[in-house]
Design a binder for this molecule. Structure first.
Ligand code: SF4
Ligand code: SF4
Length: 452
């Protein structure tokens, strides 16, 4: 009786494993990683040998071995789903000083020798001058002389960024003088719904703190050095998803076409939200590519969209760092969301895949450092941007490498569920990610229309 029961359970487990392998194979096929399917079948051979061997044993060893094998499967499953291991939380960022936009690499890259902003910046930061001059002497993104350059494809991203520049002035606008009274809870849900209706994949709301705003503007010569004085009370923060297949081609030219496309999506959603809120009689400003007054990843973290990971940008549970962020700040009364923690800090301590695959060594391999009273991983933005100028694109290798960047399918949902709570799951799935997918994805396939 006992042996029949154990054999029955054993068959059920084997059936479960076969279903799991089929699901994994299907997932790889959908992700266009069919070439990696063979790696799934190596574990099947030892599994079948062990199962057959067990059945050849005589009673009572057969019972013991079957029982032991099944107990092992149950224990492994429980270890994957029951909370275990120390949880490392991220430092709260409320004590950080305000960042100055004049210091960020995108601003510095635009200072020209004959301009006043150049003289002002390097009189205060002479130690940066030589390095920045070197960077500025390199070809620009999407330009001849970079190793991904192709005039037909580069013009796609150039056109998108020109368009973004042309609509930048629409970020602020007239406010309807007829103010409509709103109920904050309902309005928050309505704005989240509207964002999703226009294509946002994740949306959250947070109260804006001083450290969310830049202290001074720096990115455009006409506003260089302006103090950012007007602070809105709330921020609606949303994320759009970058295409997984295209991002696997990082750092090729299709990646910058994709990121500029998603900047446009983010700008579009932000514009609609801001126009809508102003129509209701409240102030609203769209913070979009090239026109941020706020530090979007910090707001996104506080609005519950994700955590800041080793690569120094937001990692979401659903899409990893494979996103672009948009922000609308407003004085419309809203209800804020809570920050989330889903195991990124623990996972990043072990993983390090972004640091290992970064071609410019911009991501640290070691521990967090204390920066402005907050412990975080320090990114070398100069190294990163220098590689962008060499490649001619915004690289994206780290984004495509991150295990969290996998599509949000059933199987990956289970992995995310487990690594949120279990250290055993983090170790197991990191091993499996390496084993099945390798250190980094690589696809030279462009979208079909780009091949024409
Ligand atoms: S974008 Fe590229 S160069 Fe920059 S940190 Fe990521 S992998 Fe490194
Ligand atoms: S690749 Fe690994 S270490 Fe880097 S951010 Fe993603 S999970 Fe963290």
């Amino acid at each position: 009786m006992l042996i029949s029961f154990l054999v029955f359970i054993g068959w059920l487990f084997l059936l479960g494993i076969v279903v799991l392998l089929v699901l994994m194979a299907k997932t790889l096929q959908i992700e266009e990683e069919a070439s990696k399917m063979q790696r799934l079948f190596f574990p099947i051979v030892p599994l079948l040998i062990v199962s057959t061997a067990i059945l050849t044993f005589d009673f009572p060893f057969r019972v013991y071995l079957l029982g032991f094998g099944e107990l092992l499967v149950v224990i492994i499953f429980l270890l994957l789903v029951i909370p275990n291991g120390e949880v490392v939380t991220q430092d709260k960022s409320f004590e950080t000083r305000q960042l100055d936009e004049r210091d960020i690499m995108f601003a510095r890259a635009n200072y020209q020798k004959e301009d006043e902003n150049y003289r002002d910046y390097y009189s205060r930061n002479p130690q940066q001058k030589e390095m920045d001059d070197n960077i500025r002497s390199m070809p620009n993104l999407c330009s001849p002389g970079t190793f991904t350059y192709n005039p037909l494809d580069a013009a796609v991203a150039d056109a998108a960024f020109t368009f973004l520049g042309d609509i930048r002035h629409l970020a602020e606008g007239e406010i309807n003088t007829q103010k409509l009274e709103v109920e904050p809870k309902k309005m928050s849900l309505r704005l989240k719904g509207l964002s999703q209706y226009y294509g946002a994949k994740l949306v959250g709301i947070t109260e804006v703190k001083p450290y969310h705003y830049y202290s001074h503007r720096g990115r455009h010569p006409e506003v260089y050095g302006e103090i950012v004085e007007k602070h809105d009370k709330y921020a609606i923060v949303f994320a759009v998803e970058m295409d997984y297949e295209i991002m696997k081609g990082a750092p090729q030219i299709q990646v910058v076409a994709e990121s500029s496309r998603q900047y446009i999506e983010g700008a579009k959603i932000g514009m609609i939200l801001a126009y809508y809120i102003r129509q209701l009689g409240y102030h609203a400003r769209n913070h979009m590519d090239g026109n941020y007054l706020v530090v979007a990843p910090l707001l996104a973290q506080d609005a519950g969209l994700g955590e800041i990971g080793r690569m120094g940008i937001l990692v979401t549970e659903e899409f990893g760092p494979r996103i672009r962020l948009g922000v609308v700040t407003t004085d419309l009364p809203l209800v804020q969301d809570k920050p989330v923690e889903f195991g990124v800090q623990n996972f990043c301590i072990m993983c390090k895949k972004c640091a290992q695959t970064c071609p410019s060594q911009a991501i640290p391999h070691g521990d967090k450092e204390e920066i402005d009273k907050v412990r975080r991983w320090k990114i070398n933005q100069e190294n990163c941007y220098t590689f962008w100028r060499r490649a001619g694109t915004d690289c994206g290798i780290c984004l495509s490498t991150c295990p969290y960047s996998k599509p949000d399918s059933i199987l990956h949902k289970f992995v995310r569920f487990s690594i949120r709570r279990s250290q055993f799951a983090r170790k197991t799935f990191l091993f499996l990610d390496d084993y099945i997918y390798g250190k980094r994805p690589l696809s030279l396939k462009k979208p079909k229309w780009m091949e024409l």
